[in-house]
Ligand binder design. Structure first.
Ligand code: BGC
Length: 918
């Protein structure tokens, strides 16, 4: 490697830039986030991408500088930390190693790179992150509205106060003496909050703080309010709602599952002045409280808002709050407060209503044309006191005209707005969300036009990183449906569904979908945060739970395929993002989990026995929700899978001897699996016990798990795959798989050389199949293959588990994959697949190292044109399904050899075009 032009003594200023060098660091991230505000990481991790369009471009060294002011960086000075010139190509998760960071401080950083020729590039445009409280003690106290009746509403007609009852307003005036240069709010709630300063909203954020197990963990947020405070009189206002803390949640419909009322707020406003002094306005008993116009607002049921109760100016200075009530100091929760280390839930897009009709006089139904999660904005004008009601639904009833909420179980999903009168009014609810495509409006004064209702898409605002377009419209719709379903289920935790009275962090759904999810969006920070919830849910015995966060305290052992998310997801985050810290943080919990399985299953077959099991949940064509695959077989397969992932992850955290031990244990479980479930002819199955009969079932899922998890002896892999194909054929080229089997069936078929069968299943349009849903108008992925299975309470139309086929679309169809020995797409594999009936596929994935693209297009002469884009600082292996003689290779691509009838080329960064002869 060329020696970098190092000049430590001269600081960054001493770095002389090679003239015209295009190599530069861009997309700077700290803890996976662009410019995070208020994070507590003591040793934050830095990542960047190398912008260099020269073929084969690589980074050979870097130097990272951290300073307290951007001017210092411009002058090449790092008064906090200078990594020195590090001769390495690292660009992902480079860990801070400077002195301890101060709380509430903005740090600026840049990184300077050296290219292959040893030339220094201009340093990156300075970026920053800001520390949070870093464990500093809060000066504020927790406050809640006092119990005194709140007279502003006492005389008005109200809905019976369901659950947490009044959603209070809290306010406090304060004076700013002098010119503030910086102002921050640090805030947390047991409940959910919306803040204003001088009447202007602080955000973006809705449904903050995130949902965690509030007994153990609670996030606080940092908001930059510098531009909202001003010299002189100011006011701060808070609206405090139920959130996940106080709303009824889950099957028990219990409110306050994490602790007793009241909902409460903790807040500090820090105002910094030019002369360096600081003033803190904390939540304390000087605040005042009143009832708000929000009569009730809960996650499942929706919101009732009476605009007649608005008190204009309540959150501005000069408001007369004498008739308001006092607040009380409330008990501080035992939970550890931690910084918000990922985007909050917030509105991210709007969807205009496409159609509107009136199924009955006074009733209007709006159709967004897309199933979303979020809420609706209502625009209305009419007499004071008019109550407009919106009911949200994913589907229409049997008449095709009226909305149907039959699949929401007990969730009311209804927002009511009472007009203040006298002008145009706009309403959006504050502390609820719905999964819906249709909105039924009643009580509207007059006839609402289409713009009266707009869909607001809200979710944890992770950025989207994937794109896939093919020549097949139905396939494109399937891909969009998968993405929309993901968008609908990121509500600070990965939820199973966004509409019914469930919306829980179900772990089986998440683990099968996580790889697809990680192509679609930047999932690393979200994964790290949710895995903390998973750890919080681990039992004393070591079991991971079925869902996280927990909220009923049942602490039962999670089922095979569900609890295993506690191992599969860290592995996926590590592989996709090169994130080793997630493995380190989760390692002890994973070890405890595997020790628990090992201790209770001495013969190396995992028998989960009478504890709750979901089998291969919701398979096509079975009358049983858990399917017909033997549950011990599923459990043992997952145990082995976990062990193989542990063996791999051990290398990420430098635990080679543990890795070897897990590998040995894997071998024993595999041997036990083979003798129990794999026949000499390659069939895989086991007794399936029904109440009335016992028979041996050889299900598609049994083959899929055995093959996918590497449990079948090499000599039997081809016969086992052939049995799988036979079974699919016997079902008329249909699947019988549920949540678990469906996730891997196409990858297993492709890996076994049966691409044509994979394509055939993907192209299948009759039930059950992915395109059956598309043909039946799905705009999101359904919970059940047929969308309707008798029990309407189990018909979610926005359930991502079967969307796990997205992984095959990215990794196999477009062929954007990674070498098994690499993480974070450092060593890329491009292995596209084509088939008759499909003319083109084009996909791109913005990885942590930059955008990877793969596209193929069939040409008139029958040849296939392939275009590949590889980001700087990575290498790739391109595998094309033809002999080298029929490939016109891109200049710069080096033929490495021929593997399994594929020509294999090595390439570096750049854009490469190949033509594969007919
Ligand atoms: C959820 C699932 C979940 C399952 C457990 C359902 O009610 O919606 O997606 O995985 O329960 O079997």
């Amino acid at each position: 490697m060329a020696a970098p032009a190092s000049d430590r003594a001269g600081g960054a200023a001493g770095i002389r830039v090679a003239h015209g060098s295009p190599s530069r660091a861009v997309a700077l991230r700290v803890e996976h986030l662009a410019t995070p505000l208020g994070i507590d990481a003591a040793r934050p991790r830095f990542s960047w991408q190398v912008a260099d369009t020269r073929p084969g471009a690589r980074q050979t060294a870097y130097r990272l500088l951290v300073a307290t002011a951007p001017v210092l960086l411009h002058a090449g000075k790092a008064d906090v930390w200078d990594s020195g010139v590090v001769p390495a190509d690292s660009s992902v998760d480079v860990t801070y190693a400077g002195p301890a960071l101060a709380p509430r401080r903005r740090y600026y950083w840049t990184v300077c790179l050296w290219d292959l020729g040893g030339a220094a590039a201009p340093c990156a445009a300075a970026s920053w992150w800001e520390t949070g409280l870093m464990g500093e003690a809060w000066r504020a106290v927790w406050i809640a509205a006092s119990d005194a009746p709140l007279d502003t509403v006492a005389h008005l007609e109200r809905e019976p106060a369901a659950g947490p009852g009044t959603v209070p307003l809290l306010r406090r005036g304060f004076v700013v003496h002098g010119s503030p240069v910086r102002a921050r709010i640090y805030a947390a709630a047991l409940g959910a909050y919306r803040l204003t300063v001088n009447g202007r909203s602080v955000g973006p954020g809705a449904l903050v703080p995130d949902w965690t197990d509030y007994r153990y963990r609670l996030t606080y947020q940092t908001w930059d309010v510098t531009r909202l405070v001003r010299r002189g009189d100011n006011a701060i206002g808070a609206l405090l709602g139920a959130g996940w803390f106080a709303s009824r949640m889950g099957y028990s419909s219990r409110r306050y599952a994490y602790g007793p009322p009241p909902v409460r707020l903790l807040l500090e406003l820090h105002v910094d002045y030019a002369d360096g002094h600081e003033e803190v306005i904390p939540s304390d008993t000087a605040w005042r409280a009143a009832a708000s116009p929000v009569l009730v607002s809960e996650i499942y049921d929706g919101e009732a808002y009476d605009a007649r109760l608005e008190q204009p100016g309540w959150d501005r200075p000069g408001f007369d709050g004498r008739r308001w009530h006092g607040v009380v100091a409330a008990a501080a929760p035992a939970a550890a407060l931690q910084s918000q280390d990922m985007p909050t839930v917030q509105p991210v897009a709007e969807v205009r209503a496409r159609r509107r009709w009136s199924p009955a006089p006074g009733t209007y139904v709006f159709d967004l044309g897309q199933n979303i999660a979020g809420w609706a904005r209502l625009v209305v004008r009419g007499p004071r006191g008019t109550a407009v009601r919106m009911r949200f639904a994913e589907v229409l009833g049997p008449d095709g005209r009226n909305v149907s909420q039959v699949n929401l179980r007990s969730a009311k999903a209804t927002d009511t707005y009472v007009l203040r009168g006298g002008g145009p009014e706009r309403f959006e609810p504050h502390f609820t969300y719905h999964g819906f495509r249709y909105v039924e409006v009643t009580g509207y004064p007059g006839v609402p036009g289409l713009p009266a209702v707009t869909g607001i898409v809200a979710r944890t605002a992770l950025s989207e990183t994937g794109r896939l377009v093919t020549s097949d419209r139905a396939l494109n719709r399937l891909w969009q449906n998968i993405l929309w379903t993901q968008r609908a289920n990121l509500y600070s935790v990965p939820t199973d569904c966004p509409q019914r009275d469930e919306r829980m962090g179900w772990m089986g759904d998440a683990q099968v979908f996580w790889r697809t999810a990680s192509y679609n969006m930047e999932m690393a920070a979200f994964g790290e945060r949710w895995l903390a919830d998973v750890r919080d849910g681990q039992t004393a015995a070591g079991c991971f739970p079925n869902y996280a966060p927990d909220f009923i305290g049942d602490r039962s052992c999670g089922a095979p395929g569900w609890a295993d998310a506690g191992v599969v997801i860290p592995w996926t985050v590590w592989r996709h993002y090169g994130d080793t810290r997630v493995v380190a943080e989760h390692w002890a919990a994973m070890e405890r989990y595997l020790a628990y399985i090992r201790d209770s299953n001495p013969d190396f077959l995992w028998r989960h026995g009478k504890q709750v099991q979901f089998g291969d949940w919701l398979p096509a064509g079975s009358t049983k929700s858990w399917g017909e695959t033997n549950t011990d077989l599923i459990a043992t397969a997952y145990w082995a899978y976990d062990l193989s992932l542990m063996a791999e992850m051990a290398r990420a955290v430098g635990r080679d001897s543990s890795g070897a031990a897990y590998r040995r244990l894997f071998d024993r479980v595999r041997t036990a699996f083979d003798s129990a479930y794999v026949q000499a002819d390659g069939r895989i199955g086991a007794a399936f016990v029904n109440p009335d009969s016992v028979r041996t079932t050889y299900t598609q899922t049994a083959y899929v798990l055995g093959l996918r998890f590497g449990l079948v002896p090499d000599s039997l892999r081809a016969p086992a795959a052939a049995h799988l194909v036979d079974d699919i054929a016997a079902h008329g080229w249909h699947l019988t798989t549920g949540f678990l089997g469906s996730a891997y069936v196409l990858p297993v078929l492709s890996d076994a050389g049966h691409d044509s069968v994979a394509f055939r299943l993907l192209a299948q349009r009759s039930f059950p199949s992915w395109l059956y849903e598309v043909d039946h108008g799905a705009t999101t992925v359904w919970e059940r293959w047929n969308g309707d299975h008798g029990d309407p309470g189990m018909n979610s139309y926005s359930h991502y588990a079967f969307g796990a086929v997205g992984e095959w679309l990215y990794r196999y169809l477009a062929g954007i994959d990674e070498d098994p020995g690499s993480t974070g797409f450092a060593a890329i594999v491009i292995r596209p697949r084509w088939t008759a009936g499909l003319d083109s596929v084009s996909a791109a994935y913005r990885s942590v190292r930059g955008t990877i693209a793969s596209a193929w297009r069939r040409r008139r002469d029958g040849s296939v044109a392939v275009a590949v884009t590889i980001p700087a600082n990575t290498t790739a292996r391109v595998e094309l399904p033809a002999a080298p003689a029929s490939v016109i290779a891109a200049p710069g691509a080096r033929l490495e050899g021929v593997r399994e009838a594929r020509s294999v080329y090595d390439i570096g960064a750049g854009v490469y075009r190949f033509v594969v002869g007919p």
